[in-house]
Design a protein around this ligand. Sequence first.
Ligand SMILES: Nc1nc2c([nH]c(=O)n2[C@H]2C[C@H](O)[C@@H](COP(=O)(O)OP(=O)(O)OP(=O)(O)O)O2)c(=O)[nH]1
Length: 139
Amino acid sequence: MQTGAGNSAEPREVAAAAIVDAGRLLLAQRVSPPHLAGLWELPGGKIEAGETPADGLARELREELGVETVVGARIGSDVPLAGAMVLRAYVVELKSGTPEALEHAAVRWVDAEQLAGADLVPNDEVWLPELTALLESFE
Ligand SMILES: Nc1nc2c([nH]c(=O)n2[C@H]2C[C@H](O)[C@@H](COP(=O)(O)OP(=O)(O)OP(=O)(O)O)O2)c(=O)[nH]1
């Protein structure tokens, strides 16, 4: 059966970045689709066929935020998505540039308390414990 990523049985990956700098996590506000517009997510996107998740996520962050990054370890659990896709989060280090909302409505840096009160896209709420622990590890 044909899948979005080719003829493999593997689900297509959506990679999302947990970028922490100065003890704060970067959130990005979606502009679409309508049911997610206005909610906050970890920046990232779909990995293309032939790309490693690390290369694909770094490309997405270059396109979306205008920054250079180094993609690190997986964090949190896999989240199954509709359309034979799977959402995965990675710890990502900012190497250069200041994140700008090139494809989002806005970006903002949050501490653990602000993260707890943020209107996240529903799928990302499952990562709250790991994201909070990540932020607290930088305190
Ligand atoms: N990037 C990102 N997508 C997420 C998160 N949580 C979540 O449910 N998603 C969903 C929303 C979308 O259905 C899908 C990723 O779509 P996307 O629009 O970011 O992907 P993309 O940049 O490659 O966009 P496109 O090719 O569809 O234009 O994953 C998240 O934290 N980050």
